[in-house]
Ligand binder design. Structure first.
Ligand code: TYD
Length: 137
């Protein structure tokens, strides 16, 4: 299902000192990383995202705490829980996404394939359907 195909489990490198996990562009995840941002200090009850992209691919990792991601690619809708620094969720440009249920200690790390460009956002759901619907709906 969608959850299996989009979640990558990364290896945890541990020794007596603690743990370390690595993500390498074009190796661990299927794109080169041009931009990194992180979402943290999210207030209770907040839901954010509400967009898709034209080009940008993203990898989401909750490096601390947990959150959930609602995904809609017009074929499937799914809710994925990110509750481990070993779990990477890959978002394709055509994945409409909304993040919610952030724990107070959640640090959601996002690796992106492109520099920030507001023009690359599709923030209107009807526009999203127009762009990616392909008459399937
Ligand atoms: P926003 O797109 O509203 O976040 P979300 O999609 O999670 O709701 O981003 C919040 C603000 O940060 C907004 O003013 C745009 C800005 N921003 C950047 O300047 N660069 C970035 O790479 C990102 C992701 C956001």
């Amino acid at each position: 299902d969608i959850q299996q195909s989009k979640i990558i489990e990364i290896v945890e490198l541990g020794d007596e000192r603690g743990l370390l996990s690595v993500i390498e562009g074009n190796l661990t995840i299927p794109f080169d990383v041009k931009r990194v941002f992180y979402i943290y200090g999210t207030k209770e009850g907040i839901r954010r995202g509400f967009h898709a992209h034209y080009k940008t691919r993203q990898a989401l990792i909750s490096v601390s705490g947990s959150c959930k991601v609602y995904l809609d690619d017009l074929k499937r809708k799914d809710n994925v829980t990110l509750d481990s620094p070993k779990k990477i969720l890959i978002l394709e440009p055509n994945d409409w996404h909304e993040m919610y249920d952030f724990s107070p200690d959640c640090v959601l790390l996002v690796l992106a394939s492109h520099y920030y460009d507001p023009e690359d956002y599709i923030r209107d759901y009807d526009k999203f359907v127009e762009v990616y619907g392909n008459g399937i709906l």
